[in-house]
Every structure is written in C-alpha cells, then in structure tokens.
Design a protein around this ligand. Sequence first.
Ligand SMILES: Cc1cc2nc3c(=O)[nH]c(=O)nc-3n(C[C@H](O)[C@H](O)[C@H](O)COP(=O)(O)OP(=O)(O)OC[C@H]3O[C@@H](n4cnc5c(N)ncnc54)[C@H](O)[C@@H]3O)c2cc1C
Length: 81
Amino acid sequence: MKQYDLIVIGGGAGGLTVAAGAASLGARVALIEKEAQLGGDCLHFGCVPSKALIKIASEVYEAKKIKEWVCLASKKYTIWR
Ligand SMILES: Cc1cc2nc3c(=O)[nH]c(=O)nc-3n(C[C@H](O)[C@H](O)[C@H](O)COP(=O)(O)OP(=O)(O)OC[C@H]3O[C@@H](n4cnc5c(N)ncnc54)[C@H](O)[C@@H]3O)c2cc1C
C-alpha cells in the first residue's frame, strides 16, 4: 500500500496550492478530486470565466462608443474627397 505524508481532498485553488507547496517541500502528496478536471470554482465558474465576460463586455461597450463617435462626426463634418 502506498504511503502519503499528506492527503488533500479537492483540487480547487486551495487544494492545488497546498498540494503543490507540500510536494515542492518533498512531501508525498495524494490529491483527491471528485470532478474529471482539476481547477475548482475559480478556473471553471468563478475568477477566470467572470474576468473573460467582464473583458468582452468592456470591449463591446468601447466598440459601441466608437460607433456613436463615428456617427456624430459624420453628421457634423463634411468629408471632402
Ligand atoms: C463568480 C465568481 C468570481 C470569483 N472571482 C474571484 C476573483 O476574481 N479572485 C479570487 O481570488 N476569487 C474569486 N472567486 C472565488 C474563488 O473562486 C474561490 O475563492 C476559490 O475557488 C476557492 O477555492 P477552493 O479550493 O477553496 O474551493 P473550490 O474552488 O470550490 O474547489 C473545491 C474542489 O473540491 C472538489 N471537491 C468537493 N468535494 C469533494 C469531495 N468530497 N471529494 C473530492 N473532491 C471534492 C470540488 O470538485 C472542487 O474541485 C470567485 C468566485 C465566483 C463564484
């Protein structure tokens, strides 16, 4: 039977940090995760996806503002070619 110094339950941000930290100090670590992928809430539902949505929303907002400026400018000035 394998022997471990530390068994971490949950491969989210907390569990991964603890497991990696302990392993880097030489501990034999077992990490138990119930889902198919490691990463937990932060990677799959929280921090990372929410930052991506905020970034996209901000880009869409900027694009709409630029569109308004272009419409305003084209009404105010005659463009000579
Ligand atoms: C919308 C949103 C945005 C966020 N944005 C930020 C941010 O910008 N910055 C920030 O610092 N934090 C943010 N957070 C918080 C961050 O996601 C959490 O603080 C972080 O995920 C907590 O990590 P954790 O490892 O404690 O738990 P979790 O990420 O929940 O990980 C727990 C893990 O344990 C597993 N598990 C559970 N039960 C068992 C079991 N019985 N056996 C085996 N495995 C099990 C789960 O499957 C999961 O993988 C955000 C959260 C949300 C919801």
